[in-house]
Design a protein around this ligand. Structure first.
Ligand SMILES: Nc1nc2c(ncn2[C@@H]2O[C@H](COP(=O)(O)OP(=O)(O)OP(=O)(O)O)[C@@H](O)[C@H]2O)c(=O)[nH]1
Ligand SMILES: [Mg+2]
Length: 263
């Protein structure tokens, strides 16, 4: 059976790279067989060793200097080059043969979500058993307007990929308890969020109608983010359980050392 793939995406600095690494560590500690893939050709951190690193095929700095592009232009060019090389990357992934693949994506979400080549990359690399984890940065998610903006962005990403998506509030350890409570309430009661948006900017017409909130509510699982912290490993087990549920209707794969669940 193909592995379950989780693509971590979200706004710049939302914690994609850190959660990819932390979730991998958690999975290994818990006895699951997981691989990591870095799909960000611009990643600068030398200390991060993903099992598969797209920089072995495409380096942002080289594209920048070869074509005289800035960092964003080079990311766009790089994503087209990645699409051309993706079958080689898939072969490598098949060779390593993990039950789970955790994929870190480029910093600016639109570079990943708004490129046609990204859809082709996801389809060719991991196919149908792909899940998108959209990260909510708590710095933005803790304000009502920021939370709504992230919901809309997340809905856009889901619309672009047409894959199952879960919202994940990253760095939850940075939220003060009262903020955490408020954010949790917005996830449970859309009307509380609607009121909070109104209270945040009294006298200013935000143009956000109740109909929009109802539409967001009807999107269902999109609404409520899962709280995680890469720092304390909080919520990682829930993330694992959610991914399992999406693809196996709640059935657990055997831990490494055992045999995989039948197809
Ligand atoms: N306290 C805390 N900090 C975190 C956590 N996760 C990430 N960070 C910090 O948030 C910052 C950004 O994290 P990254 O993992 O680099 O974020 P990213 O989304 O990969 O960033 P780009 O790829 O540059 O867009 C770093 O300083 C991390 O140390 C967390 O769970 N808790
Ligand atoms: Mg990163």
């Amino acid at each position: 059976m193909d592995p379950i793939a989780i693509y971590f995406t979200g706004t710049a600095g939302a914690g994609k790279t850190t959660i990819t690494r932390a979730f991998h560590d958690w999975m290994e500690e818990s006895g699951y067989d997981a691989l990591t893939v870095n799909l960000d050709p611009g990643m600068e951190e030398p200390g991060y060793e993903a099992n598969i690193d797209i920089r072995d095929w495409v380096k942002l700095s080289e594209i920048q200097s070869e074509h005289g592009l800035g960092p964003n232009g080079a990311q766009i060019a790089a994503s087209d080059v990645i699409a051309l090389k993706i079958y080689e990357v898939r072969e490598e992934l098949e060779r390593l043969n993990g039950d789970y693949v955790l994929i870190d994506t480029p910093g600016q979400v639109e570079l990943f979500a708004f490129r046609e080549s990204s859809r082709a990359i996801v389809e060719a690399l991991t196919g149908e058993r792909s899940l998108i984890a959209f990260l909510f940065d708590p710095a933005l998610a803790k304000s009502p307007g920021g939370f709504v903006s992230l919901l809309l962005l997340s809905a856009t990403v889901q619309f672009r990929f047409g894959l199952p998506l879960i919202n994940v509030l990253s760095k939850a350890d940075l939220l003060r308890p009262e903020d955490r409570q408020r954010v949790q309430q917005w996830g449970e009661e859309p009307f509380a969020l609607y009121e909070a948006v109104g209270d945040e900017s009294p006298g200013r017409d935000t143009g956000l109608s109740l109909e929009l909130f109802r539409a967001l509510e009807s999107i269902g699982p999109l609404w409520q983010p899962l709280f995680t912290s890469a720092e304390s490993h909080t919520g990682l087990e829930d993330l694992y359980a959610t991914a399992q549920k999406v693809f196996s209707g709640g059935e657990d794969l055997e831990k490494s050392g055992g045999t995989n669940a039948p197809d």
